[in-house]
Design a protein around this ligand. Sequence first.
Ligand code: DX5
Ligand code: ZN
Length: 219
Amino acid sequence: MNILAPSILAADCSRLGEELETIRSAGVQWVHIDVMDGVFVPSLSFGLPVVQSLRKVSDLYFDVHLMITDPLRYIHEFAQAGADSITFHLEAAEDPDEVIRSIRTEGKNVGISIKPGTPVEKVLPYLEKIDLLLIMTVEPGFGGQAYIEASTERIREAGRAIAERGLAVNIEVDGGINRKTIDTVLEAGANVLVMGSAVFGNDTFHNAQWFVQKLGEAD
Ligand code: DX5
Ligand code: ZN
């Protein structure tokens, strides 16, 4: 199933609750929450208090993307705060298996992300243990960047590996996904599409509605 996951990094942070309600009313079911620590990536974004506050006002599926060093340290807290799925970076985890176990213990869905420079084969040993593989299609850290073309082959490679193993792992893409690049990533085999600037901003409702419909038709 294809899923749209708007990234609130591009939303109006002075009224995040309303932004979530707008996308929900347009048919969106997931929201992507980018947590940045200023160490794993140069930028800072938001953390636990924002997730907690949003959980109180929204039933959307919270797809939390941790761009932080030592993710193990915060799994319990993000689970408690209201994450439905927790994605950590392979590059940031000393012992990825331990992080996976910790997320499972919390009863949440598990995602692993790889940056554009990390070979897809590095994540293959974990495929059986995860629900989602997030292939970054820009360098993590900032919204509004251009899609890295070399990502297309990486999505295909991941899709082949998942199919060969007979698994049902979601392939998520994040960065530079918009009306121009959507067909490319869908054709390559991605099924969870993160979008920041393509959804939020001018006419958020109609943007979200357009992408939800587009993804439904492509299913
Ligand atoms: C980048 C973040 C993305 C970002 C995507 O580090 O992980 O989720 O918000 O933004 P756009 O869709 O504008 O490229
Ligand atoms: Zn993200």
